[in-house]
Design a protein. Structure first.
Length: 489
């Protein structure tokens, strides 16, 4: 009897294989760190072979804990989005390093397109803005700058894909598909379009023939090559990690909202079945596609969240482990006027200023490790508050915010979010909602449940609630300091 769901959760800094029982309990997991390559300022690359080899190794490590491949009912894949891999379809080998979502190298091309007056129509068709974050301009950069990529395109053997597409190609021994949520981050898919769009491909200079077929996110999507695990295992769920976390938080009805604090912070509000549009520099994106029918989300993407704490740890040595920030933040009544704007990789939503850089303001001789640690955590509420305003201006004010991601384990930060946003914040006891969402998609896709709602009812655990508890003057002073510092970033 196949009792388990195997989730492959391929994030920016590590890849994991996680074994879920069908009631949503995590039974085993294996994890490997990924090498980050920074060849130039603003460039971030991954080795696609390393991603595949480490993901496969993690899967091979956990499958025995289920008692073998026969016990795996289905695989769910979830991944860092927008990161582009170019490979040769005939050899199955990558042609160059993957360009990671954080990479800013295509800003000049984005600017050229913005100056050419394309942003409005691109936004209304794709829901996205002309920013280096998205995949399309990264693909074009590879074609223009990597001779092997251009040569493969000329011979018709080039495959472009985001990470789920690459992993599925390797897992199946050659199927080139991408799920609708990842496809909706490329700038090459219309929000209303079923497949990649010729006109958008022409605008960005990406050959349509190099792109995958866009698929559903739950159902009989593919099967693994039997040679890998000893039997063909169905791949029954696939989603970009932020969409997956939204599903894992059971934001299945319009208005329901989650925020994931991982490397970056990503807030998604379920928008139902009508095509989303933002007048406030937020993104429209596919939340899920099942049986060809789409549900959409509005998204606010913030580029730096947990990576700020990593920087405090690794570059400044302010903490030895990330969790120490909580104790430092609690040791003082306020940050003593210190404010951090974490624009270390430019600013994402709702500002979209690729050229912005980080700021630490309000320093005095009284400022030390606790003030810096506290200011770093406070920056999460400040950045989220800017998103809250943009969502409200778009007519989608949040009633409660469901948080997750590694940084959400920080209880001081969770309470600060409730205080500054002045709404209830909910945190599931099991905060790995990205992986849980992929498990839900796969379980529903393998017909273990009748749909996502039934999977959510069966697989989600308990929650902790944080209620706002901050004086209005304190909140206003915090946000005024933030505004001042932000203006100098
Ligand atoms: O859009 C980028 C996002 O998918 C990266 O997620 O979890 O690696 O911070 P994460």
């Amino acid at each position: 009897m196949a009792d388990y769901i195997l989730v492959l959760d391929e994030g920016t800094t590590s890849t994991r294989a996680m074994l879920f029982a069908i009631d949503g309990v995590l039974v085993a997991s294996a994890q490997q760190e990924l090498t980050q390559h920074y060849p130039q300022s603003g460039w971030v690359e991954h080795d696609a072979s390393e991603i595949w080899n480490k993901t496969l190794q993690c899967a091979l490590d956990v499958i025995p804990k289920a008692g073998g491949a026969a016990a795996i009912a289905a695989i769910g894949i979830t991944n860092q989005r927008e990161t582009v891999i170019a490979w040769d379809k005939s050899s199955g080998e990558p042609l160059t390093r993957a360009i990671v979502w954080q990479d800013r190298r295509t800003e000049p091309f984005c600017m050229e397109l913005r100056d050419g007056g394309h942003e409005k129509s691109v936004q209304s068709r794709t829901g996205l803005l002309l920013d280096p974050y998205f995949s399309g301009t990264k693909m074009r950069w590879m074609l223009d700058n990597v001779p092997e990529v251009r040569a493969a395109s000329d011979k018709g053997s080039l495959a472009f894909g985001t990470v789920e597409s690459w992993l599925t190609f390797k897992l199946t021994g050659g199927l080139h598909v991408t799920d609708a949520s990842n496809a909706s981050r490329t700038l090459l898919l219309e929000l209303a379009g079923k497949q990649f769009d010729e006109g958008l491909c022409d605008l960005f200079g990406v050959p349509r023939a190099a792109l995958a077929e866009v698929s559903d996110m739950s159902g009989p999507l593919a099967e693994t090559d039997p040679a890998l695990f000893g039997r063909a295992i169905p791949i029954a769920g696939m989603a970009g990690d932020q969409q997956s976390a939204t599903i894992g938080q059971a934001c299945l009805l319009p208005g329901e909202t989650k925020a994931t604090y991982g490397t970056g912070a990503f807030v998604l509000t379920n928008q139902g079945t009508s095509i989303p549009h933002s007048d406030n520099r937020l993104l429209g994106t596919v939340l899920f596609q099942i049986d060809g029918k789409r549900t959409y989300a509005i998204e606010g993407s913030v580029f730096v969240a947990g990576s700020l704490v990593q920087w405090l740890r690794d570059s400044l040595g302010i903490v030895e482990v990330a969790s120490q920030t909580e104790e430092l933040a609690r040791s003082i009544p306020d940050s003593g006027g210190v404010t951090i704007v974490p624009a270390l990789a430019g600013l994402g939503a709702p500002h979209w200023r690729a050229e912005a850089r980080g700021v630490i303001s309000g320093l005095s001789f009284a400022s030390g490790k606790p003030q810096l640690a506290r200011a770093a955590l406070e920056a999460m509420a400040h950045q989220t508050s800017d998103l809250a305003k943009a969502f409200a201006a778009d007519g989608t004010a949040w009633e409660t915010l469901r948080i997750d991601g590694g940084m959400a384990a920080n209880t001081w930060m969770a309470q600060d979010l409730a205080n500054v946003l002045n709404i209830t914040v909910e945190r599931p006891d099991f905060i790995e909602t990205t992986a849980l969402g992929a498990a839900m998609l796969a379980a529903a896709g393998a017909d273990l449940y009748s749909g996502l709602q039934e999977a959510a009812d069966a697989m989600r655990g308990k929650l902790t609630r944080f209620e706002p508890d901050m004086d209005e003057e304190v909140r206003a002073a915090r946000l005024a300091n933030w505004e001042k510092a932000l203006a100098t970033a």
